[in-house]
Each structure stands twice: as structure tokens, then as C-alpha cells.
Design a binder for this molecule. Structure first.
Ligand SMILES: Nc1ncnc2c1ncn2[C@@H]1O[C@H](COP(=O)(O)OP(=O)(O)OP(=O)(O)O)[C@@H](O)[C@H]1O
Length: 236
């Protein structure tokens, strides 16, 4: 069976303040490469978050289809710009939460949480509460909390946009390290061309609203300046 995700002619509208329909996406079709990181970039309001919300099951498309093949019934997981942790739970309890809900046996749960906290470098903070953590640390907990569920696909909506430049780079490195271990399919919304070039193997540039795909650019690490120019050209 074919693996991965395909998005076919997805259209989505919302009701505007004057009662008219506002089209966020218009017959959007694309197939993100399986097991790779794809960056989605485009003008503000062109429907990038709407697309992630439809894939994640938080919104429904008016028409069109999103096919999630060979995911064994598992759902994609989403990471937002603001980490939204459970403030009353410790770091390890936050990471454990989803596994507990899935009734994963306690021994297995603890082992998975320990491993994930090591991956994101938060072992020393396992008993801390979210309000004791910096923004970057909270985002690492948010990442650990979804990765521990071993999702086949990760949807990331400007996850590092609120962090300062140095921390953002550290988080990008962390994402790449984790991605190398898990090889999951990632859709990553960003406004930052350099971030897209650094983390992804493909950059999809959207048109103005209603969002369609203007260009799909393969990132070749030995030809970064050509890729950069192609992205800026598509964004014009
Ligand atoms: N729940 C909603 N109700 C009404 N309009 C909405 C809703 N969600 C999104 N929209 C509208 O749909 C359009 C696309 O929004 P969306 O958030 O998907 O864009 P985006 O590309 O992610 O934008 P940004 O880059 O600024 O985050 C916008 O015009 C937005 O105002």
C-alpha cells in the first residue's frame, strides 16, 4: 500500500464578518514527500494553518479529500506556536499524559518518557512544573509530548516563531536530530525562509488567499542560494 499523505482539491471557506464567504483554500492539491520535512511558506492569511487544521482533523474541508495512507489508524500530531502545556502537571507527567490515555502499561510508559526527555535534553527538569521553565524548554516539552506517541506525521504551525534567533536554531537542530531517529513526515509552517531552508527538503510556496500552491522547491544543500532565490521569486 502507498504510504504518506495526499491532499486533493481541498477547498475551505469561512463566513466573513459581512456574511460573505471567505475562501482560505481553493482546490489545493499536493502530496508531501513521505518521511521528509516539508516547509509551507506563504503570505499571511493564505490558509497554511487552515490546511494543517484540516489534516489534523480540527477543521473539515468544504470539498476535496485528505488521504492519510498506511498510518495504522494513528492520527497526525500537531505542535503549535504556543506550547499549551498542562500547568498542574510536571514535565514528565505532561509527556506521559497521552500514553496514559492510550492505556500503555506503566513500565513501558516510564521508559518511553525517560527516553524522550533525554532526546530533548530535559532529564534534569523532569519534576519541574511548566511555570518554572523558559519558553524554549516549554516548547521542548511540547515536542516530547507528541513525539512520545510515535505519530506517523507531525504538523508544526510556526512552532519556534516565538523564540529568539539562537534558541530557534537550537530547536531546529533538535527537530532534525529527532527526525533522523524517527524519519517521520513533517509539515512545518513558517514565515522564515532561512528556517525553511535549514530544516526542510522541500519548500512549498503558497499564493495569496485563497491558498493554492505557487511553487514546490526541492532544497539542495549544495545549491542553497539558488533555492533561496527560487523561494523569494515565488513569494513576490
Ligand atoms: N475560524 C475562522 N473563522 C473565520 N475565518 C477564518 C477562520 N480561520 C481562518 N480564517 C480565515 O481564513 C484565512 C486563512 O487563515 P489561516 O490562519 O489558515 O492563514 P495562515 O496562512 O496560516 O496565516 P498566518 O501566516 O498569518 O498565520 C484568513 O483570512 C483567516 O482570517
Amino acid at each position: 500500500m502507498k504510504k504518506g499523505i495526499s491532499i486533493h482539491e481541498v477547498t475551505k471557506s469561512f463566513l466573513g464578518t459581512n456574511g460573505d464567504k471567505v475562501y482560505a483554500l481553493d482546490k489545493l492539491t499536493f502530496e508531501p514527500p513521505h518521511g521528509k520535512i516539508t516547509a509551507l511558506i506563504g503570505p499571511s492569511g493564505c490558509g497554511k494553518s487552515t490546511l494543517l487544521n484540516i489534516i489534523g482533523g480540527f477543521e473539515t474541508a468544504d470539498t476535496g479529500e485528505v488521504c492519510l495512507q498506511a498510518m495504522n489508524g494513528q492520527k497526525p500530531c500537531m505542535v503549535f506556536q504556543s506550547p499549551a502545556l498542562f500547568d498542574w502537571l510536571t514535565v514528565s507527567q505532561n509527556v506521559e499524559f497521552g500514553l496514559k490515555r492510550q492505556h500503555v502499561p506503566i513500565k513501558e510508559r516510564k521508559r518511553a518518557v525517560r527516553q524522550m526527555l533525554t532526546w530533548v535534553g530535559l532529564e534534569a527538569f523532569k519534576d519541574a512544573y511548566p511555570n518554572e521553565l523558559s519558553g524554549g524548554m516549554k516548547q521542548r516539552v511540547a515536542l516530547a509530548r507528541v513525539l512520545v506517541l510515535r505519530p506517523p506525521m507531525l504538523l508544526m504551525d510556526e512552532p519556534f516563531a516565538a523564540l529568539d534567533a539562537r534558541l530557534r536554531e537550537k530547536m531546529q537542530d533538535l527537530l532534525l536530530t529527532v527526525w533522523e531517529k524517527l524519519q517521520l513526515t513533517v509539515l512545518f509552517v513558517t514565515h522564515d525562509v532561512e528556517e525553511a531552508l535549514r530544516i526542510s527538503e522541500q519548500v512549498v510556496v503558497f499564493t495569496e488567499r485563497p491558498g493554492r500552491i505557487r511553487a514546490s522547491i526541492e532544497v539542495k544543500k549544495d545549491k542553497l542560494s539558488e533555492c533561496r532565490s527560487a523561494i523569494y521569486k515565488a513569494l513576490l
